[in-house]
Design a protein around this ligand. Structure first.
Ligand SMILES: NC(=O)c1ccc[n+]([C@@H]2O[C@H](COP(=O)([O-])OP(=O)(O)OC[C@H]3O[C@@H](n4cnc5c(N)ncnc54)[C@H](OP(=O)(O)O)[C@@H]3O)[C@@H](O)[C@H]2O)c1
Length: 341
């Protein structure tokens, strides 16, 4: 491999937001959610982000019940001024009770959650603080109002929302400018294109597509989570990745494999290139955050920002999402799609 890495270009994250590499890094999988990890390899991958210009680093307080933020802390300390650090609150887990889970958007909880994230990340300020999931029982004026207090107090620089509807984004943006919305968006998951993407484009809010590789399925490297992944891998619980659904969905990857082979690219690269280009259709700034534990894949994914798919290639990929078997979560009730109707 060529040892000289050419950094990717940068983009502003929302109106007056920070300048970040046009592809970010989803850190969840490096120490949580997707089975046992090799910590040394994960750390080498993290170090490559900055070299490649991948500067938006994404975590959440719930990943590993705080452990993912702690895992990131040494990397953050070494690169504090080079990265934009994003974390999230709103899904409460308790280390001493594996069955406990609550969605919390109330002011008292937010104030407690930010202190815990600051402590685990060992920073004085979080660059981008997201509400991870919406509890419709709490008015947005309270939740976003509490988040705005954190900006005024210097604990947080910019605000973000995850899995919100277009109407919720509009309402929140009236309380305090929102820099970014983060929701699943990929060749397999396009429900965001119905409403929230248009609202984000209109308001000048950046979009951060999460799981842009369809949690790995779009790379073609596993075809059935039930058979190919470890028992502790969260994807075993996702309807589209197991059994008959997985078999049907693997067949949908044929056009991706063909385009990749024709171009001498990888299937993962074609999936990521599609997200970047689809956002252009909507007039939207996007910073997808693929996750990987492998340095070579981090560089492979970053290289995508230089691929432009042709009209013919885009047409081949267009029908895929409407044919996907199975939802993106076993319980869709917390997604924006459920509230958009
Ligand atoms: N806001 C939310 O509710 C939410 C929900 C889910 C995720 N997220 C965020 O989004 C980030 C990314 O999502 P994700 O990790 O779920 O899914 P993803 O980025 O779509 O896919 C990650 C998977 O793809 C594999 N992979 C990555 N690059 C590859 C390549 N070039 N070739 C082959 N395989 C490749 C990784 O395996 P290896 O590690 O083995 O390479 C990993 O299993 C997370 O880390 C998290 O920060 C947010």
């Amino acid at each position: 491999m060529n040892n000289v890495i050419e950094p990717i270009r940068s983009v502003e994250l929302g109106t007056a937001g920070p300048l970040v590499g046009v592809q970010g890094f989803g850190a969840m999988g490096i120490s949580a959610a997707y089975g046992p990890t090799d910590a040394a390899a994960a750390r080498a991958t993290l170090d490559a982000t900055v070299e490649a210009g991948v500067t938006l680093i994404d975590t959440a307080d719930m990943y590993g019940v705080g452990a993912n933020e702690e895992f990131l802390a040494p990397f953050v300390a070494a690169h504090r001024d080079e990265i934009t650090l994003a974390t999230k609150f709103g899904i409460e887990y308790r280390a001493d009770d594996p069955n406990y889970r609550a969605i919390r958007n109330d002011r008292a909880y937010i104030r407690k959650a930010v202190e815990a994230s600051l402590r685990r990340l060992q920073v004085e300020v979080i660059d981008l603080y997201y509400m991870h999931r919406r509890d419709p029982a709490i008015p947005l004026s309270e939740s976003v109002g509490a988040m705005a207090e954190l900006v005024r107090e210097g604990k947080v620089r910019h605000l973000g929302l995850s899995e919100v509807t277009g109407a919720e984004l509009r309402e929140a943006h009236d309380v305090h400018p929102i820099a970014a919305v983060q929701t699943e968006w990929s060749l397999f998951s396009r429900d965001v294109e119905r409403h929230v993407v248009g609202v984000a484009a209109e308001l000048g809010v950046a979009f951060v597509p999460y799981s842009p590789l369809g949690r790995g399925f779009l790379t073609g490297t596993f075809t059935d989570a039930g058979k190919d992944l470890s028992n502790s891998d969260f994807r075993q619980l996702l309807p589209r990745f197991t059994g008959d659904n997985a078999e049907a969905n693997a067949a949908l990857l044929a056009p991706l494999h063909k385009i990749a082979a024709d171009r001498g690219a990888t299937t993962a690269q074609i999936a990521l290139a599609w997200v970047q280009q689809r956002a252009q259709v909507h007039g939207l700034a996007v910073v997808p955050i693929p996750g990987t534990r492998k340095r070579s894949r981090l560089l492979e994914n970053a290289a995508v920002t230089r691929i432009t798919l042709t009209t013919e290639e885009l047409a081949l990929l267009e029908p895929i999402a409407s044919r996907v078997a199975g939802d993106r979560y076993a319980d869709m009730s917390l997604t924006s799609a459920a509230r958009e109707g």
